[in-house]
Design a protein around this ligand. Sequence first.
Ligand code: SF4
Ligand code: FES
Length: 243
Amino acid sequence: MERKLSFDIFRYNPQDPASHPRTEKFYLEETLNMTLFIALTRIREEQDPSLQFDFCCRAGICGSCAMIINGRPGLACKTQTRTLPAEICLLPLPIFKLIGDLSVDTGTWFRAMNEKVESWIHTEKIFDPLSREEKMDNALAEDIYELERCIECGCCVAACAVANLREDFLSAAAMNRIARFMMDPRDGRTEKAYFDIIGTDAGIFGCMGLLGCEDVCPKNLPLQDQLGILRRKMGWSAVKQLF
Ligand code: SF4
Ligand code: FES
């Protein structure tokens, strides 16, 4: 049976001094296979053209539509309204800079994170465009690919209690990135170089192990495993540096 959906949507334009943070109610008749992307687009087209939210791929690939959906970070384009109660509350992701309403700037945060963890292959080898790249073992390539699937949506960051408490916390997305490079034989960084980036309270030792990150990751990345592996490796690294 068709339901009447009510949406409580966060509204605030930080650029407008007259604007103040609040939620506004909107109502829609639910349609077959309606996603939050469809619902928000209809609200903007039919009820309020000033409503701000981000979408690009509409297929769970670009990561731009993450928001807090009834208290839980998730991708709006991949969330069907039939999986939610008739009363839906939508808030912007915390931690990231608010652009307006449901739109946040995850790009600046992820760029800074990628620079902090030096998210590129460190090698002394000179690239010769005429030579063939060394073939990587298929199983290893698949393991690396598994961690490469992060779409930088920010859900794990928003769900992390530590990231919500301390601004400098690297978060699961960054640990996952480092874990990916540690597996890559082309990356020539030493264990100490990795330790200097994540062997701190702002890195792996700040993680309280609550694992909200893995619960909400829309790509089902094995964040819990990677955090456990990194904690053990960095723990040993810390011990070795004492002697
Ligand atoms: Fe999003 Fe998962 Fe990547 Fe975190 S690890 S940014 S939740 S895709
Ligand atoms: Fe690209 Fe949702 S619009 S992930």
